[in-house]
Design a protein around this ligand. Structure first.
Ligand code: NAD
Length: 252
């Protein structure tokens, strides 16, 4: 594989498994040195060990400013300032395999989803942007969802609202950070084969498959390839976009 990311350093949140892990692997295979950040150190360490010598593990909660700050400091001490940030960590709580209706939702659950899915992205940018500005540029990719663009009966209101907000955050930050050479984009995955999608019934995933023109569920590797593109020089004039990685499930 071409070493398009040689000499770059990347911080990927929620990278112990699923899409985040594939993103970290994809960047490392292209030559980047990668910090695998996740809630639990043992899981992050196992992922980093599997990725190989270009990866280190750090534990941290993106929702908690002090925790994320400590994780970022540890990662930066090992790898130096980051050129790339991938805000991937996200949660989509369910009850008995289905979304919790807004009319029954515990406000504490709402707050946790906002804190992880949205505030976590702000925390990430707040931490890496000073180094990117000092270094003359960088690339940020946040993981939104097709559920942030269209109504989805699968997810809760907290999830839909945070994934829509990531699209606005991406546009705003692209404008604000563009003059510093920092590109800010997002991806909007459709139904991606990962542990997260098995929190609902098989019928839900079968319906998503039937609605996907390309005739398959996505893979974490599909998302990793999109992130690799958006963080590469091939995308040097691309900023402020949210790229669907959805097989045509959601076309806007
Ligand atoms: N799987 C899909 O179909 C799909 C579709 C659209 C969007 N997404 C988004 O992609 C991202 C990754 O999803 P996935 O399917 O790989 O999920 P996943 O549940 O398999 O993995 C998420 C990872 O994030 C970590 N994490 C959760 N909360 C965290 C926190 N507060 N701080 C640090 N790490 C945390 C988890 O420990 C886990 O390792 C999420 O933002 C999700 O909303 C997924």
């Amino acid at each position: 594989m071409e070493e398009t990311h040689r000499g770059r350093t990347a911080l990927v949140t929620g990278a112990a498994r699923g899409i985040g892990r594939a993103v970290a692997e994809g960047l490392a295979r292209r030559g980047a040195r990668v910090a695998v950040m996740d809630l639990r150190l043992a899981d992050a360490a196992a992922a980093a060990a599997a990725i190989g010598r270009n990866a280190i593990a750090v534990a941290g909660d993106v929702a908690d400013w002090e925790s994320f700050r400590a994780a970022h400091a540890a990662a930066a001490a090992a790898l130096g300032a980051f050129d790339i940030l991938v805000n991937n960590a996200g949660i989509s709580p369910k009850r008995d395999g289905a979304r919790v209706p807004a009319a029954e939702m515990d406000p504490a659950e709402w707050r946790r989803v906002v804190d992880v899915n949205l505030t976590g992205c702000f925390h990430g940018v707040r931490l890496v942007a000073p180094g990117m500005i000092a270094g003359g540029g960088g690339a940020v990719v946040s993981v939104s969802s097709v559920a942030g663009k269209h109504y989805s009966s699968i997810v809760g209101v907290h999830y839909a609202a945070t994934k829509a907000a990531i699209i606005g955050l991406t546009r705003h930050l692209a404008g604000e950070l563009g003059p510093h050479g920092i590109r800010v984009n997002a991806i909007a995955p459709g139904r991606i084969e990962s542990p997260m999608i098995h929190t609902v019934g098989a019928d839900v995933n079968a319906a998503a498959l039937a609605a996907t023109p390309l005739g398959r569920l996505g893979t974490a590797a599909d998302c990793a390839d999109a992130v690799a593109y958006l963080t590469s020089d091939a995308a040097s004039f691309v900023t402020g976009v949210t790229l669907d990685v959805a097989g045509g499930l959601s076309m806007t």
